[in-house]
Ligand binder design. Structure first.
Ligand code: IMP
Ligand code: ZN
Length: 346
């Protein structure tokens, strides 16, 4: 099997994907048609060129946060949100994903409350499990650029949703523009969620901020996202790097996202190599497959080609990722990946 096919066929787990950043061109066209057919105004004219951030794009990480409003204007009703969720789950499934933790920030819109937002995504996940051979779970997001009171409300909603849908809602995460908001302000909300049983993942070290990285690692999240500026090569310090290595907290690595936002100069110098060699668990993820025009199998292929990993090592990446999923279905997911490995004697 050539590398492209191999990365596609390999059962994979996606643990870091933001719903509104994952909308493909085709999904956005479906949504636009729905808005037009329903007589709703979608408030966006310019589209894909603005939404998608490619390799040569002059926008950086901070500019990226503007583009999500384009997706948000297309997911403002329960029907549109359901369509976006269902189509996105189908795309991950078609790409060979066997387990996904999709994340999203509940929003009050003109047409729905935050509670309805959560209910809509949960119901789509429940329905999709009836016809897709992919398990899906929901991580609720807190946007750090919103007021702390909003984060507190989202944490309460996450706790209530976890009690209502313990088979679907698995975690709470902190994301959003990393230069806005102080991590310490979110600790009480995150702690309450953790005490209620939710798993926690934090966007950590997206920008150079060693004090915050140390605070986040001390909090002992179940996983972190990106971890770009933790190694001293990328603006981290010896302390941040050794704290991560000692903690062995798994890192959700998003290669193309980091390269396209210029958080990392290029694939060759990506911190995947440092993490991998140091034995820090890494999980290959997409982040925003719509914005960065990628897919999970493409991220596996890029990783294999850039770091010269043979098929056995690539398969091992997927197998190891199963250990860090938030739902209590590790065995089922491991079996799927292991059966593939056994079938092809990798
Ligand atoms: P949503 O939560 O489904 O609306 O997905 C879009 C949101 O995810 C954005 O508004 C950000 O808050 C968050 N997000 C997406 N990509 C990134 C990233 O690279 N860093 C931090 N936050 C992100
Ligand atoms: Zn992210």
């Amino acid at each position: 099997m050539d590398l492209n096919n191999f990365c596609h066929e390999l059962p994979k787990v996606e643990l870091h994907a933001h719903l509104n950043g994952s909308l493909s061109r085709s999904t956005m066209l479906h949504l636009k048609r729905y808005y037009a057919d329903s007589g709703l105004e979608d408030k966006t004219n310019a589209f894909f060129d603005e939404f998608q951030i490619g390799a040569g794009d002059c926008r950086n990480l901070s500019d990226c946060f503007q583009v999500f409003s384009i997706a948000h204007s297309l997911t403002s009703t329960p029907e549109a949100l359901a369509m976006a969720t269902t189509l996105t789950l189908q795309e991950f499934h078609s790409d060979g994903c066997c387990y996904i933790e999709l994340r999203s920030t509940p929003r009050n819109t003109q047409y729905m409350t935050k509670e309805q937002y959560v209910d809509t995504i949960v119901h789509c996940m429940q329905k999709s499990s009836l016809h897709l051979s992919m398990l899906s779970r929901f991580i609720i997001s807190i946007n750090r650029s919103y007021p702390v009171a909003e984060a507190e409300a989202i944490a309460e909603l996450a706790i209530a949703s976890y009690k209502k849908y313990p088979d679907v809602v698995v975690g709470l995460e902190l994301s959003g523009e990393p230069t806005i908001g102080k991590f310490q302000d979110f600790v009480p909300a995150l702690t309450r969620a953790r005490e209620a049983g939710l798993k926690i993942t934090l966007h950590c070290g997206e920008v150079c901020n060693p004090e915050e990285i140390i605070e986040m690692l001390k909090f002992k999240p179940d996983r972190i996202g990106h971890g770009t500026c933790i190694h001293p090569r990328f603006g981290g310090t010896n302390d941040t790097w050794s704290a991560l290595c000692a903690s062995k907290i798994p890192v959700e690595v998003c290669l193309t996202s980091n390269v396209n936002t210029k958080s990392t100069p290029d694939y060759d110098s990506h911190h995947f190599k440092d993490l991998y060699e140091a034995g820090v668990p890494v999980i290959i993820c997409t982040d925003d497959k719509g914005v960065f025009t990628t897919s999970l199998s493409n991220e596996y292929r890029i990783c294999a080609e850039t770091f010269n990993l043979d098929q056995s090592r690539v398969a091992r990446l997927s197998l190891d990722a199963c250990q860090h999923i938030f739902a209590d279905v590790q065995k089922t997911v491991v079996n799927k990946v292991q059966s593939f490995i056994d079938k092809y004697n990798i």
